[in-house]
Design a binder for this molecule. Structure first.
Ligand code: HSE
Length: 311
């Protein structure tokens, strides 16, 4: 039996919603699992690189049972008290690695959902959400990768995931700007303080509450106010040279609602109205190219379906 699952990229945090807000985007990885019928075939892993992939980083992907897709498959089999059979795993990576676009969440979710289908769907959505978060650690990436759309997610102490999926206004477009270097989430988290000032926590509390109202009322002015953050941007900006300059430059365009770091970075997302993509692309490319950074800017939509089983 052979199962393929298409899983979207995700952008986490969206400014004030650190470790809580996340949204699925129309850029995908595809995970295919195939049970090997002859015994003792073991495990075969094939990587099919996408156009954004850096071949050197693909070479660092483990090709044995420590591979993250295999681990995801194994967790799902363990959930029903089994171990995985001999398998061929194909990983088609159109979501670039270590760019803050949820590539690891995407392949974990793909492995879990494909394994679940191979087993006849023993795990329900709640179990899939929880198992994916156990391995990935960031429900703000795994939840929208599974269910699509914009999600508010919380991992509870018992391992369960509580989430709400909200509608994203159709007129608010997303430009995803990917620099040509990588930033590991572990490094990007290591620069964050263990404690924050009460004033900074309150700053984010107000803005994340306003963010949700802005979504419900499609109020771009309120969203402009809401898309600010004091919990991670002040620390991570220095790992992303040019970010502050780009943010200030784009704030001059009246139809730009906000510019934030995507997940742990280094990609940046710009939320904007109308057809300003070319202007945004030109301004970002000018700043980053002046710093010797090559950049790919893509216009992406919100994926509303989440992970989909293809066969
Ligand atoms: N919320 C997480 C972070 C996402 O910002 O570190 C990591 O992908």
């Amino acid at each position: 039996m052979k199962i393929s699952v298409k899983v979207p990229a995700t952008t986490a945090n969206l400014g004030p919603g650190f470790d809580c807000f996340g949204m699925a985007l129309t850029l995908y990885n595809k995970i295919t699992l195939e049970e090997l019928v002859y015994p003792d075939k073991g495990l075969e892993i094939n990587i099919i690189p996408g156009e954004q992939d850096n071949e050197t980083s693909l070479l660092t992907i483990p090709m044995d049972k420590t591979n993250i897709v295999y681990k995801a498959v194994e967790l799902l089999y363990n959930y029903v008290g089994q171990t995985p059979p001999d398998l061929r795993i194909n990983i088609q990576t159109d979501i670039p690695i270590a760019k803050g676009l949820g590539s690891s969440a995407s392949v974990i979710v793909g492995g879990i959902i494909a394994a679940n289908k191979l087993l006849g769907n023993p795990a329900d959505e709640a179990a899939i959400l929880s198992i994916a978060n156990d391995l990935e650690g960031h429900p703000d990436n795994t939840t929208p990768a599974i269910v699509g759309g914009f999600c508010i997610s919380s991992a509870e102490e018992d391992g369960s995931i509580i989430y709400k999926k909200l509608e994203w206004p159709e007129d608010w477009k997303i430009a995803v700007c990917m620099p040509d270097y990588e930033l590991a989430t572990q490094i990007s988290r290591s620069v964050l303080p263990e404690t924050v000032k009460m004033g900074d926590a309150v700053f984010n509390l107000k803005r994340s509450a306003m963010f949700i109202d802005a979504l419900h009322t499609k109020d771009s002015e309120l969203m402009r106010y809401a898309l600010r953050d004091k919990l991670h941007h002040p620390y991570r900006s220095r790992l992303i040279p040019g970010f502050m300059e780009i943010k200030e430059d784009l704030a001059e365009i009246p139809t730009v609602i906000g510019t934030v770091i995507s997940g742990a970075g280094p990609s940046i997302i710009v939320i904007y109205e109308n057809n300003n993509f070319d202007e945004i692309n030109r301004r970002i490319s000018t700043v980053w190219e002046s710093l010797g950074v090559k950049v790919t800017v893509k216009k992406l939509n919100i994926d509303t379906k989440g992970a989909v089983i293809l066969s």
